[in-house]
Design a protein around this ligand. Structure first.
Ligand code: NYM
Ligand code: MG
Length: 210
């Protein structure tokens, strides 16, 4: 039953590091190679919970704990669908996942252990790519992009600092996000392609963060 499942791939990084473009391009590149794949953004703004998160990002006031749980619930509401999709042999490229939930909430002052528990038990990613970009380069890109309440250099520097801790303690694959969009996507796609035969025969694991 678990032979040749799809892979759960996660892209993480500070705002403006190019995750959304990479998710789109990687899916297209994989499809061209005959590897069925779909992208899954988090937050997923297509659901009621996602719409509430979007309102928060654009000014609605909510307690920080509620926000953390909403982001987590937004993943849990598609967790079963993720598993079923992987079992069908389709690879999923997630634009952010539980790690975003944790680093952004810690940067907002929440307790690390409390933050970790909400996402424990979700499907575990097979590969996490960390798109590395300096705060200065992100700031430069931000000038031409739509932004949310978190997109200022002071907050992003806290987020980056929390990401660095994760990156060191877990086996993340770092990608130089200063490269062109094409180069970033090509690098990610080739690593996925290379790892697919070995990982697709393994059962889906569970995220254990506590
Ligand atoms: N974000 C995203 C969180 O704070 N927690 C989460 O669990 C997730 C998935 O949402 N600035 C924040 C980070 C982003 C914001 O996401 C919107 P994006 O990828 O910029 O559209
Ligand atoms: Mg953003």
């Amino acid at each position: 039953m678990n032979t040749n499942r799809g892979l759960l791939i996660v892209l993480e990084g500070i705002d403006q590091s190019g995750k959304s473009s990479a998710a789109q391009r990687v899916c297209e590149m994989l499809e061209k190679k005959g590897i069925q794949s779909i992208k899954q953004p988090f937050p997923d703004r297509s659901t009621d919970i996602g719409k509430l998160i979007d309102e928060f990002l654009h000014g609605k006031n909510l307690p920080q704990q509620v926000v953390h749980l909403l982001y987590s619930a937004n993943r849990w509401e598609v967790a079963q669908k993720i598993k079923e999709t992987l079992e069908k042999g389709i690879t999923i490229i997630c634009d952010r996942y539980a790690f975003s939930g944790i680093v952004y909430s810690i940067a907002n002052g929440l307790d690390e252990r409390w933050c970790n528990s909400a996402d424990s038990g979700l499907p575990k990613p097979d590969i996490v790519f960390f798109l590395e970009l300096s705060l200065e380069d992100a700031e430069q890109r931000r000038k031409t992009m739509k932004t949310d309440r978190y997109e200022n250099i002071k907050f992003q520097s806290k987020v980056k600092c929390e990401y660095e801790k994760f990156k060191d303690s877990m086996k993340w694959t770092c990608i130089d996000a200063r490269q062109s969009k094409e180069e970033v996507a090509l690098e990610i796609t080739s690593i996925i392609e290379q790892q697919l035969p070995q990982l697709s025969n393994q059962p889906i694991k569970t995220l254990d963060l506590i």
